[in-house]
Design a protein around this ligand. Structure first.
Ligand code: SAM
Length: 159
């Protein structure tokens, strides 16, 4: 598969998964945490699907399109491992982590801290969506929508 095809599949998977989980998150209290604002496309999508919901976005640096920049109080810059740790206990309804790099060794390092951090950020019953695996005893894997190939994107519920 070419990188272009892989990219298209990733974006399609993101949209289909976010649409699926937002229907459930809409009925749940708690903010949304966007780990990896990037260009802001998925932030923009979440903002459209969950109008009025607080969405806190994290990144090393601001590089989002002007239409997709959170309010200053909801933009947190720095290394996510450190910055998001300050939000432990916030009882998020949804944590969306799009910080995979496509490099196995780098993503393996992320997998050493992201699952535990995600579990601590979520409320019980809250949902995590991630491009890298979230293996953790408090994160129960959920099936992706039928359009998403297995092990392409990961959906979990905080138990
Ligand atoms: N979902 C975004 C969108 O739709 O536009 C794209 C996110 S992009 C793939 C990943 C972003 O995460 C990059 O902007 C990168 O700077 C940020 N990132 C990755 N790892 C990070 C880390 N450990 N701390 C802070 N930011 C990180």
């Amino acid at each position: 598969m070419s990188r272009l095809e892989s990219f298209i599949r990733r974006l399609t998977a993101q949209r289909d998964i976010l649409d699926q989980v937002c229907a459930e998150v809409a009925k749940m209290e708690g903010p949304v945490l966007e780990l990896g604002l990037g260009n802001g496309r998925t932030f923009h999508h979440l903002r459209e699907r969950l109008p009025g919901r607080r969405i806190v976005a994290f990144d090393r640096a601001l590089a989002a399109h002007a239409s997709s920049i959170p309010e200053a109080e909801n933009l947190v810059l720095g290394e996510i491992r450190e910055t998001a740790s300050r939000f432990i206990g916030i009882d998020a309804a949804l944590v969306h982590a799009d910080i995979g790099t496509g490099y196995e060794d780098r993503d393996a390092v992320t997998s050493t801290w992201l699952p535990d951090l995600t579990a601590r950020l979520l409320r019980v019953g809250g949902i995590a969506v991630s491009g890298t695996p979230l293996d953790h005893p408090q994160l129960q894997r959920l099936p992706p929508p039928p359009s998403v190939p297995a092990d392409r994107y990961f959906i979990c519920r905080r138990v």
